[in-house]
Design a protein around this ligand. Structure first.
Ligand code: 5RP
Length: 231
């Protein structure tokens, strides 16, 4: 993937809307598509509303996206009822030049990884601020079983990271899966494939927010000079 150029004249919201619309080019007639979660995906869902009669429906990665899809009259299928999806469209918190990503800022990482894994192609939609050379500046989300949180936090400390349990309204945030999220700062993830494999096998880790095994096949990057397609 090449690096983007230029300084932003459009707002971040406009850049997200731009890539949300551009992602429609990857939606085939009659498809059931995978839909991610987040403010960029919300722009995509809005655009999808305009062609809702051309698709069969969607598999969604979160309760929030399901509600938005259904409000537009788009049928939402259970992932267990669909063997394979042609495409999964989702945002990212960071994406590098190889299509490796950090995801989970919206706490939907586990379902996102499941839907990505059942899709032939992952189209990442992101504004230019998400493009990085090395993953790790964004706090890495990790979904954990609550009883393992302290142990996982100590394991990240041994790697040089500082992890905290994500809170909402003064209490640990509870994911759509009934689990907690720890966010880890201070990491520099130079081997995303190896890192993902290692952390995934720590007891109590449900999903680590490094998407290397499920990396993006294509990234539509919103830049001031238009949408760049990075492969
Ligand atoms: C949610 C995610 C999102 O894709 C990621 O946080 C990007 O969100 P946004 O488009 O709002 O910047 O992984 O779990």
């Amino acid at each position: 993937m090449n690096s983007p150029a230029g300084a932003s004249a459009l707002s971040q919201d406009e850049l997200k809307a731009q890539v949300g619309r551009a992602a429609l080019a990857y939606v085939g007639r009659g498809d059931i598509i995978g839909v991610g979660t987040g403010s960029t995906v919300n722009k995509f869902i809005e655009a999808l509303g305009g062609i809702r009669k051309d698709i069969r429906g969607a598999v969604s990665s979160s309760v929030a996206s399901t509600e938005r899809l259904q409000a537009l009259g788009i049928p939402v299928f259970d992932s267990n009822d669909v063997e394979e999806l042609a495409v999964y469209i989702d945002g990212a918190d960071e994406i590098d030049g190889r299509g490796y990503m950090i995801k989970g800022g919206g706490a939907a990482l586990t379902r996102e990884k499941i839907v990505a894994a059942q899709s032939r192609r992952f189209v990442c939609i992101a504004d230019v601020s998400k493009r990085v050379n090395t993953l790790g500046a964004f706090p890495l989300p990790v979904e954990v079983i609550p009883m393992a949180a302290r142990r996982v936090i100590r394991q990240f400390a041994r790697l040089g990271g500082t992890a905290t349990v994500r809170e909402k309204n003064g209490a640990p945030l509870v994911t759509d899966n009934g689990q907690h999220i720890v966010d880890v700062t201070g990491l520099r993830i130079t081997d995303p494939l190896g890192f993902e494999s290692e952390v995934n096998q720590w007891p109590g880790v449900v999903t680590v927010g490094v998407f290397a095994h499920q990396r993006a096949s294509v990234c539509l990057l919103g830049t001031p000079s238009g949408v760049q397609t990075l492969r």
